[in-house]
Every structure is written in structure tokens, then in C-alpha cells.
Design a protein around this ligand. Structure first.
Ligand SMILES: Cc1cc2nc3c(=O)[nH]c(=O)nc-3n(C[C@H](O)[C@H](O)[C@H](O)COP(=O)(O)O)c2cc1C
Ligand code: SF4
Length: 464
């Protein structure tokens, strides 16, 4: 294999460990089949086809690959949920909706290395017994959809898709489906409804766990783009070697998308848990902007609970438990969960002391109020109420008691809805109020205390 050289100014940081992003920004690399084949492309699919499907699933289970789309659920375990006595068709869906604010990784894989995704999908389809798969791609990625269409056509011509792939007897078709342009289309059951040609109203789980009752009520595996790409690499080096990267229960590499107040925002593929928040911000991202101090970090996409810069966190259990600062949090699933937030989709949003917390929260609340699908009353009404209250806080037209109302609205959404959008929309408010109450209250007007706010004055105040 030739030495990998990256485009000038786009070289990975020395702390990076590029696997899925190996070809992203690579000098002389293009997304064609010829280029992919010149470096052993589709060899892993050929290898997988010589195994039994269950052996491929076992490899993915042993690797401990956790989903990179948000929930961090182990992919092999999910695949194992396909009922063994199933007689219905099985479907696989690649979730390329990439709609979580702060996340921008899947698009680069699609644009620069589409065959990696198709190979990962084909291996995964073989493992779960799917002969039909879809790539559900975000509506706003028209170029990505075209690139994928072309790559699928190329894969057909070379016999990596279609009937009797490479003489194995295994048949597979992959179709690209353009998304419907809403955040909720990224939620797996909303996505499935959308793929069926309906409004993306999420389904209630149970009973509609996709692996049991997914697309057309048949067993369906939904996985993120990055997750499916890892499958190819697990086949290439074997689960044992693959799982030596990262940390136990947090194996492999993952792409962190860093945005906000750092000198070098961007995408960085690192071994899971091998860099701390401080190393990510200060070494990899070049530090905070000059003269600025860290105020907070949202570590896993906008739905993740905010971490305050001066908080103390406890990670580890029993004798291993220790208190750490935000700078020392290892960037892995379990550590971020222990710190009260989540690794989520890998979108790390850095907030420095130039930012108004009220403004940041209001920005997030605007997004969720716009994106609620409207099926559940707490989410439909509550997301808009949260936005209206923070609109007023930002405008200096809220009373201090409004902060309690804001918190109460959030806590009455959380846990009371059909899908996890309820948590996604309420966790930012809950955590901002818990950790930055003083700052939010400081933006309110005590003279408005006790003023009865009806629908008219509510909106009027926000518009002032
Ligand atoms: C509101 C909402 C939006 C989501 N958006 C995305 C998305 O854009 N992309 C994605 O891969 N997963 C998204 N998810 C997670 C999916 O429902 C699902 O868990 C994921 O695609 C499974 O893939 P993984 O196991 O490989 O992570 C979203 C979840 C929720 C609740
Ligand atoms: S929680 Fe919100 S987004 Fe999810 S189904 Fe209910 S209304 Fe729709």
C-alpha cells in the first residue's frame, strides 16, 4: 500500500488515529471504484462471503463496536435481535441523516470514500441476512446522494452488488433514499416511517423496535454511516486487534466533530478514550481563542447535557473512583456518561466566556421548537414554551420566576414522550438551568415578577 499523504493544510493531527477517515483529505485520492480497488477495496466483502453470516456477527460482537449515531448501542448485539426463526425479509438501513447539531462527519465519508460505506453495508447485510438495504441520506446532501448513486452503479458493474455477488449466491441491492428534511427523520422509527412514504412520526418502542418490527413491520437494522464503515475494518484486522484500539467497552476509533470557540474547529478521528477533553481542546484544536476562558462544553451533539468548566466530576467505581476536572474527562462513552452527559453523536461544542448562556440555550431551544414532530403534547407544546421563555430571557423581558417555569416545562417533557426527542429537547434546558441558573436569572427583570403573562403579553414581550 502506498504511503498516505494528505493535502497541504489538511494533515491529521499527530494525536489522531485515522481508520474510517484514512482517505478523507488524502492527496491523490478520489471516490472512484478504481481508486478504491487499487488499495484492496472490497477484499473484506469477499472474505466475509466465505464465512457464515453468524461468524461475521460474532466478530462484530467480539469487537464491541458501539453505534456512532447517538445512543452508543453495541452493533453486534443489535444484529443479534433479528429473530432466529424469522421468515420475513430483513432490511438494513444506513442512517445518513446526520441531523444532530454539531455533527459533521458522515458527509465526508460519503463524499470522499463512498465505497468504504457500501462495502461495510454489504458485509453487514450478509451478516444479518438482508438482501435489500437503503441509505437514508439527509435531504440537504444532494451531492452526497449523487456520489452514492454513482458508487452503487460502479459496485454493480464489478459484481459487488446485485445477484450472486462474487459467485457466493448472496444477492443484495442498495438504494439511496433522499430524506424529508427534518431532524426527526434521523430518529430510527421516524426514518422508517419516512422511508415508507409517510410523515416521519416516530413509533412507540415497544413494540416497534426496528429489529423486530421495522420497515414494513419486518426485522430491520438501522445503523449510522460511521458504524457501518467500522464493520469493514473489523473484518480486515479481526475483532481482537480492532478492539485493542480505544478502551475496554469503548473500543475502536471515533470521529469527533469540534465546533465553537476553539482556534481549529474540525473533524478529528481518535482512539475512543485516548484523549481527554483538555487534550482535544488545547492540543488538537489549538486551544481556546486568545484571551478567552472556557465556560462550558456540550460534548455529544446539542442534545447532550452541558458540562460546566469549573465542575468536578467523579469517574470510575469503588477504589478506582476519582474526582476530575472537565479538562481530564476521557472522551469515551462511559466517562462522559459518568460525568452526567453523553458521547452522543461525537459533536463537541465548545463555549467560551464571550458567550451569553441565555443566548446559547435560546439558540438550542429555537432548533428543538422548530423540529418537534408534534405527535406528543409535552414535546409539541413544551419545546415551544421553552423557546418562548428563553426568547424573553434574551430580550430581558422575563421575570426571575420564569427560570423555574422553564425548568418545570423541561422536566415535564423528559420521560413522557413517544421518542427520545423528548429528552434531546429537554436535557439542554434542564442542565443549563441546573448549572447556570445565576447567569440566566441575571438576564431576567425582577420588576416583571408577579406580572401575569397571558398568551398575548407572552408573545409581545418576546418580540420587544
Ligand atoms: C431525535 C433523534 C435524532 C437522531 N438523528 C440521528 C442522525 O441524524 N443520525 C444517526 O445516525 N442517528 C440519529 N439518531 C439515532 C438513531 O435513532 C439510531 O439510534 C441510530 O441511527 C442507530 O445507529 P447506531 O447504532 O449505529 O448509532 C437520532 C435519534 C434521535 C432520538
Ligand atoms: S417526542 Fe416529540 S418528536 Fe418524538 S414523537 Fe413525540 S412529539 Fe414527535
Amino acid at each position: 500500500m502506498s504511503r498516505v499523504i494528505y493535502k497541504e493544510g489538511r494533515e491529521p493531527h499527530p494525536r489522531e488515529h485515522r481508520v474510517v477517515f484514512k482517505n478523507v483529505d488524502r492527496e491523490g485520492w478520489d471516490p472512484s471504484m478504481d481508486m478504491y480497488l487499487s488499495e484492496g477495496g472490497y477484499d473484506q466483502l469477499k472474505k466475509a462471503l466465505t464465512l457464515k453470516p453468524g461468524e461475521v456477527t460474532d466478530e462484530v460482537k467480539k469487537a464491541g463496536l458501539r453505534g456512532r449515531g447517538g445512543a452508543g448501542f453495541p452493533a453486534g448485539v443489535k444484529w443479534g435481535f433479528i429473530p432466529p426463526t424469522n421468515e420475513k425479509p430483513v432490511y438494513l438501513i444506513c442512517n445518513a441523516d446526520e441531523s444532530e447539531p454539531g455533527t459533521f462527519k458522515d458527509r465526508y465519508i460519503i463524499h470522499q470514500d463512498p465505497h468504504q460505506l457500501i462495502e461495510g453495508m454489504a458485509i453487514s447485510c450478509f451478516a444479518v441476512g438482508a438482501h435489500l438495504a437503503y441509505i437514508y441520506i439527509r435531504e440537504e446532501f444532494p451531492e452526497g446522494a449523487q456520489i452514492l448513486e454513482k458508487a452503487i452503479e460502479e459496485a454493480h458493474k464489478k459484481g459487488f452488488l446485485g445477484k450472486d455477488i462474487q459467485g457466493s449466491g448472496f444477492d443484495l441491492e442498495i438504494y439511496v433514499h433522499r430524506g424529508a428534511g427534518a431532524y426527526i427523520c434521523g430518529e430510527e422509527t421516524g426514518l422508517i416511517e419516512s422511508l415508507e412514504g409517510k410523515r416521519p412520526y416516530p413509533r412507540i418502542k415497544p413494540p416497534y423496535f426496528p429489529a423486530a418490527m421495522g420497515l414494513y413491520l419486518c426485522p430491520t437494522i438501522v445503523n449510522n454511516v460511521e458504524t457501518l464503515c467500522h464493520v469493514k475494518h473489523i473484518m480486515e484486522i479481526g475483532s481482537e486487534k480492532w478492539s485493542q484500539t480505544g478502551k475496554p467497552n469503548n473500543t475502536g476509533t471515533r470521529i469527533l466533530c469540534v465546533s465553537g470557540d476553539v482556534k481549529k474547529p474540525g473533524y478529528y478521528e481518535v482512539q475512543v478514550g485516548h484523549v481527554t477533553m483538555g487534550e482535544l481542546i488545547n492540543d488538537i484544536c489549538g486551544g481556546l481563542k486568545d484571551g478567552r476562558e472556557l465556560k462550558a462544553v456540550i460534548p455529544g451533539g446539542s442534545s447532550a447535557k452541558v458540562l460546566r468548566a469549573d465542575e468536578k466530576f467523579t469517574i470510575g467505581r469503588g477504589d478506582d473512583a476519582k474526582e476530575i476536572s472537565i479538562w481530564d474527562i476521557p472522551m469515551d462513552f462511559d466517562s462522559l456518561a459518568a460525568c452526567g452527559s453523553m458521547a452522543g453523536s461525537g459533536g463537541v461544542i465548545v463555549i467560551d466566556d464571550s458567550r451569553s448562556i441565555s443566548w446559547v440555550l435560546n439558540n438550542i431551544n429555537n432548533f428543538y421548537a422548530h423540529e418537534s414532530c408534534g405527535q406528543c403534547t409535552p414535546c409539541r407544546e413544551g419545546s415551544l414554551w421553552m423557546k418562548k421563555i428563553t426568547d424573553r430571557v434574551v430580550a430581558g423581558k422575563a421575570s426571575p420566576a420564569d427560570i423555574d417555569t422553564l425548568d418545570s416545562v423541561a422536566r415535564n417533557i423528559d420521560g413522557r414522550t413517544i421518542c427520545a426527542f423528548g429528552e434531546a429537547s429537554s436535557w439542554p434546558t434542564e442542565s443549563f438551568v441546573e448549572k447556570f441558573r445565576d447567569e440566566l436569572v441575571a438576564d431576567t427583570n425582577p420588576e416583571l415578577e408577579g406580572v401575569v403573562v397571558n398568551a398575548e403579553t407572552f408573545t409581545a414581550a418576546a418580540n420587544l
